[in-house]
Ligand binder design. Structure first.
Ligand SMILES: [Zn+2]
Ligand SMILES: [Zn+2]
Length: 280
């Protein structure tokens, strides 16, 4: 009989990703007091449908926090808040960047500030993107932690520090550089995506991964995968190779790093644009 894998510490945090990519982003951190919504780039109806698919309840959303003001991250916010009275958090640059955001009662912070949201410690860090004050997050609660960074052209030192040694790491793996360079996008757009204030490539995410993953890390999720310039299998393969994980099947849709019966395995997979997933 297979021995159950030892649980080194409790897991009070979970990550639910409703969708990730340039057509819309929304994720939810599940903590002791309910759900913290990260970004809202979908219609209200779409958010509710996807939450329902994951067995989540709208009434459990306690707060909303934004990474940045690009429409694939905020297009649903103004409608969502009409029937939501929990706190809204955004960096001061993000909250003021759009008229329809500036009129909402955001509690603003500077990238680098630490917040307490619905019983969860939220450490913010600056990312590098072509907007005013973009941020990523490290969520912590009772020894459990989730790192979250998308829409960043580089991983600055603060990001590397706060994304390291988390149990669940959601990390942008936006494009495959050869696919982008030989693809249909005009050159100026390719350059923007590749720039330091663009998006993280598979190779960049893979290069960072060995410094971020520790024996505590159980899940790596490749985020914000381009539908034009990447494939989920390419992202998973690049990340798997970086840490010596084995692909689970020929399709390369996921990979596992087995650490023996003493320690939990590391699982690598991707988040899709239209495929909500829960990571427990
Ligand atoms: Zn985006
Ligand atoms: Zn963006």
């Amino acid at each position: 009989m297979k021995q159950p894998v030892a649980t080194p510490f409790p897991r009070p945090l979970h990550l639910h990703i409703l969708g990730s990519g340039s057509q819309g982003n929304c994720a939810l951190i599940e903590g002791p007091q309910g759900l913290i919504m990260i970004d809202d780039g979908f219609s209200r109806r779409e958010v509710l449908t996807r939450m329902h698919d994951l067995d989540l309840n709208e009434d459990d959303v306690r707060a909303l926090i934004l990474t940045h003001e690009h429409s694939d991250h905020v297009s649903g916010v103004s409608v969502w808040v009409k029937r939501f009275d929990g706190p809204l958090f955004a960096s001061s640059g993000t909250a003021e960047a759009r008229k329809y955001l500036a009129c909402l009662p955001f509690e603003t912070f500077m990238p680098g500030e630490v917040l307490e949201v619905a019983g969860v410690r939220v450490e913010t860090f600056p990312t590098s993107h072509d907007v005013v004050n973009p941020v990523g997050f490290r969520f912590s609660c009772n020894g459990d932690s989730i790192g979250y960074a998308t829409d960043t052209g580089t991983l600055p030192p603060g990001a590397m520090r706060l994304l390291a040694d988390v149990r669940i790491l959601a990390l942008e793996s936006n494009h495959d550089v050869p696919m982008l360079r030989t693809g249909s996008y005009p050159r100026y757009l390719q350059d923007r995506i590749i720039s330091e204030r663009g998006h993280l490539s598979n190779a960049q995410a893979a290069e960072a991964l060995p410094q971020l993953v520790t024996s505590r890390t159980e899940h790596v999720i490749a985020m914000h995968i381009s539908q034009e310039n990447n494939r989920p299998s390419l992202a998973v393969r690049a990340l798997a190779e970086a840490v010596g994980a084995q692909l689970d099947d020929e399709l390369g849709s996921s990979a596992t790093l087995d650490r023996g019966s003493e320690k939990p395995a590391l699982r690598i997979r991707s988040a899709g644009q239209n495929r909500p997933i829960s990571i427990f």
